[in-house]
Design a protein around this ligand. Structure first.
Ligand code: NAD
Length: 479
C-alpha cells in the first residue's frame, strides 16, 4: 500500500497533521493508499513557498516556462500505462477511458505550452501627444487549483498548465477520493528541474485545507472544479480578500431529440454519454426530451441499447461500457434519488437498483426512467450516475423552455437534421455549451464555462488561459 506525503517546495514532506485518509479501489473496496488528512499549516506553508517562488518564476521568458510544460507532457507519455492503471484503480474508470484521460492530459500540457509566444497585450492610442498607452497581461500570483474526483488528472492539468505558462505559481489540492494519479505525477515531475515552490500538491479535506488555501491573503486566484456547494463555500472564503475565483460546477445537461433527428446517432450519443464513467461526468446527458411523434421508437431503441451496456471491473479486457461508481457515498446518493423518483411516480423501464452481480464494489444498474415530470427532483437536480429520465415534448419551443427551466447552465445538446431548428435552439438554450448532433465532450481549444449555478469564468483555450492573467496599463509620456 502506498503512502503519499505533501509535496511542498519541491520535496515530499510530512504533514503537520497526524491522521491519514484511505483511498479505496471502488471495484474491490481494497485500500490502495493513504494520503495525509492535511492541516491549515500545510496549506499556509504551500501558499507561502508558492508566493515567494512566483516572484522569480514570473521573470522567466514565457517560452522557458513553457518548456517545463512540454517536459511534463513527455513524462506523462513515458508513463502513460502506469498512470492509466493508477487512475483506473482509484476511481473505477474503465481502463480504456482512463488511458484516454492520461493521453489527453499530455496533449493539454503541450497545447498550453503553445500559448507562450501568443500572450499578447495592446497599444492603445492616447488623447495626449507623445504618449503611448500599453496594456500588458500580467500573472496574478499564486493560483490554487481544487480538484474533483471524476477527471482528477485532466482537471489537474487544466489548472496547472495555464497558471504556470502565464507566470503564476500553483498549489493543487486533489480530491481525497481520487488523489493517487495526481500524487504520482508529483513524484514524476520532481526531477524535471522546476524551481522549488512553483508547483505544490497539498492533500486534505475541503473544509479545512481547501478553505485555508482559499482564504490565505497571498492567494491570487482559486480555480475549483466541483459541486455548487463547494463553489459557494469558496466564494465565501474568498470574499474577505476579494480573491478571484473561477468555478466549474455541476450540471444537469438536457438532450433534445427532435422528430427529424438521425435517431440512431441520437440514441447512441445519449446512451454513451449516460453510461460513460457510470454517468459521473459533469456534462453527460442528465435528462432527455423527445418529440412525441418519435417517442415510442426512441424508447424502443434506447431500451435495447441500455440492455446491451456491459458493466464489469474497470480492468476487464472485455471492453466494458462502465464499471463501479466511485464510492459508497456516490452510490447511496444515486439510490436515494432513484427511490425518491419512484415514490414521486417515475416508472422504471430498466435497472433502478444496485447491481447484484458483484460481491464487492459500488455497482449500480444502468437505469431508464419514464413517467417523469419537470418538477421532479430527478429532472431538476444533478444525479451523477447511470440514470436517464426521459420526457416527451410537443414543440421545439416547449423543449427549449423545459431545458432552460433549471438552475444549472453547463451543457446542452440538440439532435435534428434541420439547420433552422438547431440554430434557433443553439441561440435560445441558456447553457455555456450546446452540442449539435453529437455527444457531450468539450475540446481543449474551446472554452468550458457554466452559466447560472454551473459556474463563473471557465477553462480551456485562449479564454481559459486568460483567467490566470490580469491587465496592467502603462501610460508612457515622452518629451
Ligand atoms: P466536491 O464539491 O465534493 O469536491 C470538489 C473539491 O472541492 C474537492 O477537492 C473538495 O475537497 C473541495 N472542497 C469541498 N468543500 C470545500 C471548501 N469548503 N473549500 C474549499 N474546497 C472545498 O465535488 P466532487 O464530488 O469531487 O465532484 C463532483 C462535482 O464536480 C459534480 O457536481 C460535478 O458536476 C462537478 N464537476 C464539474 C465539472 C465542470 O467542468 N463544470 C467537471 C467535473 C466535475
Amino acid at each position: 500500500m502506498k503512502q503519499f506525503d505533501q509535496f511542498i517546495n519541491g520535496k515530499f514532506v510530512k504533514s503537520t497533521s497526524t491522521g491519514v485518509t484511505e483511498v479505496l479501489n471502488p471495484c474491490t473496496e481494497e485500500v490502495l493508499s493513504t494520503i495525509p488528512k492535511g492541516s491549515i499549516q500545510d496549506a499556509n506553508m504551500a501558499i507561502d513557498v508558492a508566493f515567494h517562488s512566483q516572484k522569480k518564476w514570473r521573470t522567466l521568458a514565457a517560452i522557458e516556462r513553457a518548456n517545463f510544460l512540454n517536459k511534463m507532457a513527455t513524462i506523462i507519455r513515458e508513463n502513460r500505462v502506469f498512470l492509466a492503471e493508477t487512475l483506473a484503480a482509484e476511481q473505477a474508470k474503465v481502463i480504456g477511458l482512463a488511458q484516454v484521460e492520461i493521453d489527453v492530459t499530455a496533449d493539454y500540457f503541450d497545447y498550453n505550452a503553445g500559448w507562450a509566444r501568443r500572450i499578447e497585450g495592446e497599444i492603445i492610442q492616447s488623447d495626449r501627444r507623445k504618449e503611448h498607452i500599453f496594456l500588458h497581461k500580467a500573472p496574478i500570483g499564486v493560483a490554487v487549483g481544487i480538484l474533483p474526483w471524476n477527471f482528477p488528472f485532466f482537471v489537474m492539468a487544466r489548472k496547472v498548465a495555464p497558471s504556470l505558462v502565464t507566470g503564476n505559481s500553483c498549489v493543487i489540492k486533489p480530491s481525497c477520493v481520487a488523489p493517487n494519479t495526481v500524487m504520482e505525477f508529483a513524484k514524476l515531475i520532481a526531477g524535471i528541474g522546476l524551481p522549488d515552490g512553483v508547483l505544490n500538491f497539498v492533500c486534505g479535506a475541503g473544509a479545512t485545507v481547501g478553505n485555508a488555501l482559499t482564504s490565505n491573503p497571498n492567494t491570487g486566484i482559486v480555480s475549483l472544479t466541483g459541486s455548487v456547494y463547494a463553489g459557494q463555500k469558496i466564494m465565501e472564503a474568498a470574499a474577505p480578500n476579494i480573491t478571484k475565483v473561477s468555478l466549474e460546477l455541476g450540471g444537469k445537461a438536457p438532450a433534445i431529440v427532435c422528430a427529424d433527428a438521425n435517431l440512431e446517432l441520437a440514441v447512441n450519443a445519449v446512451v454513451n454519454s449516460k453510461v460513460i464513467f457510470s454517468g459521473q461526468v459533469c456534462n453527460c446527458a442528465e435528462r432527455v426530451y423527445v418529440e412525441d411523434s418519435i417517442y415510442d421508437e426512441f424508447m424502443d431503441r434506447v431500451t435495447k441499447k441500455f440492455n446491451e451496456v456491459k458493466v464489469e471491473d474497470a480492468f476487464s479486457t472485455n471492453n466494458p461500457d462502465m464499471s463501479s461508481m466511485v464510492s459508497k457515498a456516490q452510490i447511496d446518493k444515486v439510490e436515494e434519488m432513484v427511490n425518491f423518483a419512484k415514490k414521486e411516480g417515475a416508472e422504471v423501464v430498466l435497472g433502478g437498483n444496485r447491481s447484484s452481480q458483484f460481491d464487492k464494489g459500488y455497482f449500480y444498474q444502468p437505469t431508464l426512467l419514464t413517467n417523469v415530470t419537470q418538477n421532479m427532483q430527478i429532472i431538476q437536480e444533478e444525479v451523477f450516475g447511470p440514470v436517464l429520465p426521459v420526457m416527451k415534448f410537443g414543440s421545439l419551443d416547449e423543449a427549449i423552455a423545459l431545458a432552460n427551466d433549471c438552475e444549472y447552465g453547463l451543457t446542452s445538446s440538440i439532435f435534428s437534421e434541420n439547420f433552422n431548428k438547431v440554430m434557433h435552439a443553439a441561440d435560445s438554450l441558456e447553457f455555456g455549451e450546446t452540442y449539435i448532433n453529437r455527444e457531450h465532450f468539450e475540446a481543449i481549444q474551446g472554452f468550458h464555462a457554466g452559466w447560472k449555478k454551473s459556474g463563473l469564468g471557465g477553462a480551456d483555450g485562449k479564454h481559459g488561459m486568460e483567467e490566470y492573467l490580469q491587465t496592467k496599463v502603462i501610460y508612457a509620456q515622452y518629451q
